[in-house]
Structure formats: C-alpha cells, structure tokens
Design a protein around this ligand. Structure first.
Ligand SMILES: Nc1ncnc2c1ncn2[C@@H]1O[C@H](COP(=O)(O)OP(=O)(O)O)[C@@H](O)[C@H]1O
Ligand SMILES: [Mg+2]
Length: 505
C-alpha cells in the first residue's frame, strides 16, 4: 500500500509542554491505523493536526503527495477528513437527524434545510448501525453511548477520505463497540482510511492493520498487526520510558500502611458511569488512583468529594458514616480537595495572591471585625516562602503566574486550613519539571506530618514514586490494586488499566 498520509518531523508545543517531538511515520490509503499510547502521549494532538484544528510547530503533513499549507478545519473537511473528538460534542437540544447532518447538508432550492431528506439519510445511517432511535428524537433523550454513536455517524457521513476516531469507545457498551467495529470494517471496505485511537489493546488488535505507539510525545514505532503482536509487547512499548531519579522524590518506606482507616468509600455506583467503587484510606498513607481515559477515575475523584452525586454508596470518616457527602461537610471535617483545573477551581485568578491566601483564614487574621493587614501579609509571605512560590509581591494576581506557581499557590491555600486528608487531582499536569519536583516533595512532607493523601494521576511514574498503594480502574470499575514493595510496576499497572485478560499472569 502506498503512503497516503505522511507525517514528517512533526513537532508541537503548548507553552512549555512538548506534546509532539519530531514525529515521522506514514499511513497507507484504506488502512485502519491505530494510535496507542498513555494519557498525554500526544495522540489527540497528532490527529488534531491532521484534522486542521491545530497547526504543527514544525515539520510537515503530506496528504496524497501534497503538502498541507494551511491548517484549518474547513480545509480538512473539504478534503474529506472528519474527526470524532475525545470529548462528546453534540447539540443536546437538537434532533438526532440534525446532529448527524448539522447545518447545511441538505438545502432545498430555496435555501431551506430539507428536513425530509435529512431524516431519511439519517435513518439510513442509524439503521446501518442497528440503533433503535428515530431521527426526530431529541439528543438529550439518548444515553451517552447512543449520543456518542450519533457523533460517530456524523463523522461517517462527512468523512470521504480519512476518518479520525479519538477514543470512540470510551462511553460505549460491549454491543455498541461491536457495532462500531462493523462500521469501521465497512469504511475500510469503501477504501476510507481510518485512524483509530484507543487505550483498549483488545480493540486495537481486533480492528487495526498497523499500530503506531507514541510515548511522551515521542514516536516509538509502527507495528504490523499480524496476529503475532502481543499485548505484553505493546504495553511495554507504551510505558517503556525510563524512570527519572531526579524528578521524583521516591518514598523510602515500603509496604502497606497499617494505620487507622481515616476515610472509606463503600459501593459507590452511578448508572452509566461507575460501578461498585470501594476503598479505604489509612492514616499516613498516599493512596493513588490510576485509570486510562474513560475508565471512571475522574468521576470517582469528583464523587468522593461530593462534587458529583452517586446513585448509591456510603462514605465514612474515621469510622463515622457521613449523612451527607458534600464539599462543605468535608472541608469542615478537615478534608481538602485540590483540582487540576486551576482556571475553574481553587484560585481567584484576578485577586491578589494575598487575598487568595487569606480568604480561608479570615477569622484568624482579623481583630474583631477588622481585618489585620499586617497579619494577613505576614501569613501570606510565610506561605509564599515555605512553598518557594516565585512571585514579585503578595499583591500579584495568580493569572500572571506560571502554571507551576499557580499550583503551588493552591497548595499553600489548602494548607492554610490545616487539613487531615488531602485529595489531589492531577497534582502536576501541565507544569514544568522543577515545580513538579517541589510539589512531590510537598506531598511527601504532608505525609511526614501525619496527613493522609489520595492522588489521582494519569502519570504512572508520579504515582509509583509517591504512593503506598495504587488502585487501578478500568471500564468504570476498580480492576485491581498494586502496592509498594510488591507488584507496583508500570507494566502491572498498565496491564490492569487496559482491562487485560493477562492481568493475573
Ligand atoms: N491545549 C493544550 N494546552 C496545553 N497543553 C496541552 C493542550 N493539549 C494537550 N496538551 C498537553 O500535550 C500533551 C499531549 O496531550 P494529548 O495529545 O491530549 O495526549 P493524548 O491524547 O495521547 O492523551 C499532554 O501533556 C497535554 O497535557
Ligand atoms: Mg487524547
């Protein structure tokens, strides 16, 4: 097969994050080419460049012998490229038919949308997929999986040359996944090139002709799926990076924490979301959670803090059952939550660092009704010093700080509340190596002070060096657990996270 899509020395940075580093490989016409890699490997970035949503920093993209000059979605669409995004993008208030053919697909002579044609064509696609829904149905009456399929159908209806699917099965049940596989085979039969991103190695082995593995923005290799390609090989290529000794301050003690159980979750379930989640956190322990995209870890991180409701389940703090699980109950019980999204949670980006640091402790920093500016400033300066926050003055607003310094500011605000338990979601996503090391050191200091910590992270090396135990999720359930001094290796974690049959081996 001739090279159809050539990716030549492609690099892309987002600020200091090097999402793609000098990637070169090619995709043949009419093949199903899988992209495999951990979270953050650069898969989505690569196909966003192909779909014209992102422009590369350097390097080039050649489609059918012609170098792409302008990277914009309209150009890509005009050349028959369509993409299903990792995040569901549907119009909830519109009908299924209008979602499959949005806008101007079928215009009548007068320029009006031809509703009958839209619905007829939509019905044909729906039938092809064997779905029991009507084109006139509103999107919000569909399950998540059905909505995802509608989005895939929209893509199928417009992609004449190349179809890019970014983790299309994350919200699908087994039957729906089977249907998708059929659709992909049909597309391939029509000579359409399919680029398929998934973490699920079983799917990749089933559907792909070749697999390209990316790791930390680097190209690892392209492998022919000839039936001899093993799951173990693929996993080790995905995770085979060196653990950097300088980056992570590894804990010295081994083994499992035996302290009192300070926080416990039993049987948390939510329909179409997560099932039967249960775990305990011991005093003085760092408990990690790992799961690939769509595994449910993000939902769990929110649920255990009451940011998202569960249908059923119980939560206990030091053996006491909580009547209500909500952020305010938890905050007053000394449980803090640090979110990875500094923009939407935790920081008042346009208020001085001073105010950010003082707000949680206004009572202590006031004399009667009056805020004591002197106390406030020295409190803020103390934390800024302790956390090594690089900031010109306490009056600086967080918006102007680097990501790492924003994160450190958030940590210091959290510490102002003297918590006993800290739940951290992606402590170091998107921040530079130096700040990463300091945040890790800080987390380990918390443990030294007798606190207990839960860390949700998509970075395995981070979890391995920080955690006593790591709970691994796959397919919306807890799939296993590894612990320090035992089986805590990247390969073991990845095998469980891939929902692998070879887990017990
Ligand atoms: N818009 C963005 N701004 C900043 N960083 C980004 C952005 N998109 C992706 N990244 C970063 O680029 C890297 C690669 O991301 P991505 O391509 O989404 O990986 P994958 O799809 O393999 O999980 C990650 O470190 C991610 O955090
Ligand atoms: Mg992605």
């Amino acid at each position: 097969m001739a090279d159809f899509l050539e990716i030549r020395n492609l690099s892309k940075n987002y600020g200091i994050v090097r999402a793609l580093k000098d990637i070169t490989f090619s995709i043949s016409r009419g093949e199903v080419h899988a992209l495999l890699g951990e979270n953050g490997a650069g898969k989505s970035t690569l196909i966003k460049i192909i779909s014209g949503e992102e422009a590369p920093g350097s390097g080039s993209l050649v489609i059918n012998g012609e170098e792409v000059r302008d990277f914009n979605p309209a150009r890509a669409m005009a050349s028959g490229i369509a993409m299903v995004h990792q995040e569901l993008a549907v119009f909830e208030n519109m009908s299924v038919g209008d979602n499959i053919f949005p806008g101007t697909a079928f215009l009548s002579a007068g320029g009006f949308i031809n509703q009958r044609k839209t619905d007829r064509e939509a019905k044909a696609l729906i039938d092809l997929f064997g779905m029991h829904i009507s084109p006139r149905q509103k999107m919000d009456s569909l399950t998540m999986g059905q909505q995802q399929i509608v989005e895939i159908l929209r893509c199928v209806s417009t992609g004449r040359e190349i179809i890019l699917l970014d983790e299309p099965t994350s919200g699908l049940n087994r039957e729906e996944v089977g249907k998708l596989m059929e659709i992909i085979r049909r597309l391939k039969g029509q000579g359409i090139t399919v680029v398929y991103i998934s973490h699920r190695i079983d799917e990749i082995k089933e559907i792909s002709d070749r697999v390209t593995v990316l790791r930390d923005g680097n190209y690892v290799g392209t492998y022919v799926n000839d039936g001899k390609l093993t799951e173990t090989e693929l996993i080790s290529r995905m995770v085979g990076r060196e653990l950097s000794g300088t980056l992570y301050s590894a804990r010295t003690e081994d083994g499992i924490a035996t302290g009192e159980v300070v926080f416990e979750i039993r049987n948390f379930s939510k329909k179409n979301s997560v099932a039967d989640i249960g775990f305990s956190l011991h005093k003085g322990e760092v408990l990690g959670f790992f799961g690939l995209e769509g595994s449910g870890t993000n939902t769990v991180s929110r649920m255990i803090y009451g940011l998202e409701a569960a249908d059923s389940g119980e939560a206990f703090l030091k053996g006491q059952k909580l009547k209500k699980l909500s952020p305010d109950v938890l905050v007053s019980a000394g449980v803090m939550y640090l979110n990875n999204n500094r923009k939407s949670a935790g920081l008042l980006l346009n208020s001085a660092a001073l105010d950010n640091l003082s707000l949680p402790r206004l009572k202590q920093l006031s004399d009667g009704f009056f805020i004591n500016r002197g106390k406030m400033t020295s409190h803020a300066e103390k934390y800024i010093g302790e956390f090594n926050i690089v900031i010109p003055s306490v009056y600086q607003i967080p918006r102007n700080l680097s990501g790492g310094n924003q994160q450190k500011l958030m940590f210091s605000i959290c510490m102002g509340n003297s918590p006993e338990i800290v739940i951290i979601n992606e402590p170091t996503r998107g921040i530079d190596v130096g700040a990463k090391g300091e945040i890790h050191r800080f987390i380990l200091e918390l443990i030294g002070k007798g606190l207990s910590v839960i860390v949700f992270s998509s970075e395995m090396p981070e979890l391995i060096s920080l955690c006593d135990r790591v709970v691994v999720m796959a397919k919306n359930r807890i799939f296993g657990e590894v612990h320090k001094g035992g089986d805590m290796t990247q390969e073991k974690i990845m095998a469980k996270a891939a929902g692998s049959a070879a887990v017990e081996a």
